[in-house]
Design a protein around this ligand. Structure first.
Ligand code: HEC
Length: 135
């Protein structure tokens, strides 16, 4: 390979790497949480957390945001709890048994910081403690 071409390829690859690093840094700081949210939650709660009218509640202002107990909803699901338009929502939220404490922590931090930035970072220890005492 000629020196010039070699140099070009190295610079080109280096450039690509720099661009991808810049882009990944500019995105949400909770990348795994965002990925898991989009794959597991957005089909019901929508990408922006706004829910689906009478069927699925919005989570943008949920009282569970900012509280470690939100981990229990994710682990156990939720039904007949959210009251809207003078009735309980008919749909239920499925349990996500498969999520590890790390995954739950990442999802929780993602939803906590997507629509409201005043929440403190939730730690994995807080999530583990909450999971241990879920009903
Ligand atoms: C199959 C649809 C569905 C999926 C998928 C789903 N949810 Fe839900 N979610 C619901 C429903 C329905 C409720 C309300 C349940 C009730 O009335 O008790 C709910 C309730 C909630 C609440 C409480 C809302 C409030 O008003 O305070 C939060 C927070 C929440 N979900 C977060 C999530 C997260 C995070 C995920 C992904 C891990 C997720 N949900 C996946 C349907 C879903």
């Amino acid at each position: 390979m000629t020196k010039g071409l070699n140099h070009f390829i190295k610079c080109f690859l280096g450039g690509l790497l720099t661009i991808s690093v810049i882009f990944s840094c500019n995105d949400s700081p909770y990348m795994q949480g965002k990925r898991l949210y989009l794959a597991n939650c957005a089909n019901c709660h929508m990408e922006d957390g706004s829910g689906l009218s009478a069927l699925i509640p919005s989570i943008q202002k949920s009282v569970y945001l900012g509280k470690p107990e939100i981990a229990c909803i994710l682990k156990n699901g939720l039904r007949d709890t959210i009251f809207k338009d003078s009735t309980f929502l008919v749909r239920e939220m499925p349990a996500f048994k498969k999520f590890s404490a790390t995954e739950i922590t990442n999802i929780v931090n993602f939803v906590n910081h997507s629509w409201n930035t005043s929440f403190k970072e939730t730690t994995i220890t807080q999530i583990e403690e909450a999971i241990n005492i879920c009903q």
